[in-house]
Ligand binder design. Sequence first.
Ligand code: ZN
Ligand code: ZN
Length: 102
Amino acid sequence: MSDSVIINIDNDKVFVNFDDGHLGKYLARSLRLNCACAECIEEWTGKPLLNPFTVDSNIVAEDYLLVGKYAVQFLWSDGHFTGIFPFEVLRQLCECEICKPE
Ligand SMILES: [Zn+2]
Ligand SMILES: [Zn+2]
């Protein structure tokens, strides 16, 4: 499993270079909607607290931080930043042509 990734932010897209060579592609908004922090998902029940309609269609990632060797934390343009995305989760959410063929 990856212990480092390289992140590139391009407008409303986020690219993640995994260390096995896979290039992950995402819409910033898709990642934002999959935030699993305590403000977005109720901790004990797993119930979604985030209303997708409140997330702007042109939301972008403004910055990011690597968390240890296992996760990435993004700063979204709506000011939200508490979500931690483990590399494994990023891999599962990947929207590239290989992972999510049309
Ligand atoms: Zn969140
Ligand atoms: Zn992929």
